[in-house]
Design a protein around this ligand. Structure first.
Ligand SMILES: *Cc1c(COP(=O)(O)O)cnc(C)c1O
Length: 405
């Protein structure tokens, strides 16, 4: 038998577009993980806001293994029961009338942006194609989605990039008003900017975007790939704002760790995605949809969503206690279990330095850009794991402070 793979194998066999941490987790349960050496970790990373029910949740394991013994894949020449059940649940629980499935957040956004363009083309002609999005936004890694995204480093060197895309300032309605016109087909926004630094949109901004879109007959697209499926403390973050989009994209937590993406829309817009206009081989895959259905119905309950709000407060208190002692953070922000801690000026740009220190202490945690430490754990992380993880974080931060002095 060949020896177990090591971290060095990554550098030997994988393209160099990632630089993973040293430990290789081999097993997880709830919000704890164990690596090859048996060392245990508290998981505040949640597979980057994906494992919303922790690792190996019985409802998800059961959904996956039950479906694995029935049928794995059919393509879209045929449909499946899990596909239709998940679509029905999403429609019944949201603003949407129709659902489209794919395998990732980037693909969901690709579908959303194509649908917005096609809807405008069908109803107003090809001049109405302008997309307005926001600086610091993140919408995925396909060429269209990095172009709509507001972080130039992700599209640099991949040109020529698709045209007709302009970027306004997040939470600045006037900057949108200056760009929007009757040739705008869509305004695309994350209700909480995730990768860009965990920044929630203000109520006035979201309401104002809806009004501007209505005024110019443009579609409002919410990218809820990170903020959706309970992460914010409601099923979708738009529900906090009382503002309904025309298109919403969802992925990450929807599969609880199994790859799935979805796009939700209304009967006004959906007809432009007519037969043959768009598709995906894996879209609506029965395994993915069976797991998605279990994740959605387990998460969208008052107990789980109320628990998210309680855990938010607990995290915030811990962060503030650490900060009173060490002064490493400028601001703690976010919604539900998507929380960002922006580094103080003395530690500017040093968020990533915390990751290996935390790993050493037995904690997996995330950053959102160079200056924000991010937690996006399981929505049902036990409160004892929050205590333990934050104690380990404090030890890591003591080391960061010691290194700096
Ligand atoms: C993660 C993310 C995406 C991309 O999702 P993938 O599954 O990596 O393609 C898109 N939008 C937002 C807001 C995200 O957080």
């Amino acid at each position: 038998m060949a020896a177990s793979p090591t971290r060095d194998d990554f550098d030997h066999y994988m393209t160099p577009n990632y630089s993973p941490q040293k430990a290789i987790p081999v097993r997880g349960e709830g919000s704890r993980l164990w690596d090859q050496a048996g060392k245990e970790y508290v998981d505040f990373a949640g597979g980057i806001a994906v494992n919303a029910l922790g690792h190996c949740h019985p409802a998800l394991v059961n959904a996956l293994t039950t479906q694995a013994n029935k049928v794995w894949h059919l393509s879209n020449v045929y449909t499946s029961e899990p596909t239709l059940e998940l679509a029905r649940e999403l429609v019944e629980r949201t603003f949407a009338d129709k659902a489209y499935f794919c395998s990732s957040g980037g693909e969901a956004n690709e579908a959303a942006f194509k649908l917005a363009r096609r809807w405008a083309y069908d109803n107003f002609g090809e001049k109405k194609h302008k997309i307005i999005s926001f600086k610091q936004a993140f919408h995925g890694r396909t060429l269209f989605t990095v172009s709509v995204g507001g972080q130039p480093k992700y599209s640099e060197g991949f040109g020529p990039i698709p045209g007709g895309i302009v970027h306004a300032d997040f939470n600045d309605l006037e900057s949108v008003r200056a760009l929007i016109d009757d040739e705008t087909c869509a305004v695309v926004v994350e209700p909480i900017q995730g990768e860009g630094g965990v920044t929630p949109a203000t109520q006035a901004f979201i309401q104002g975007l809806r009004a501007l879109c209505d005024e110019h007959q443009a579609l409002l697209v919410f990218d809820e790939v990170q903020s959706g499926v309970g992460r914010s403390g409601k099923l979708y973050a738009y529900m906090h704002y009382g503002v309904t989009p025309d298109i919403l994209t969802t992925a990450k937590a929807l599969g609880g760790g199994f790859p799935i993406g979805g796009m939700l829309t209304t009967d006004r817009v959906a007809p432009s995605l007519a037969v043959g206009t768009h598709g995906s081989t894996y879209g609506g895959n029965p395994l993915a949809c069976a797991v998605g259905l279990a994740a959605l119905t387990t998460i969208d309950t008052p107990e789980v969503l109320e628990g998210v709000k309680r855990r938010h407060e607990l995290f915030r208190e811990h962060f503030e206690v650490i900060n009173r002692k060490h002064g490493v953070f400028k601001e703690i922000r976010g919604m539900g279990l998507l929380i960002g801690a922006e580094m103080s000026d003395a530690y500017h740009g040093k968020a990533r330095d915390i990751l290996p220190l935390a790993l050493e202490q037995g904690l997996m945690i995330l950053v959102a850009g160079p200056n924000v430490l991010r937690v996006a754990p399981s929505l049902i992380i036990p409160e004892a794991d929050i205590q333990e993880g934050m104690a380990r974080l404090e030890l890591a931060i003591e080391q960061l402070v010691a290194q700096a002095s």
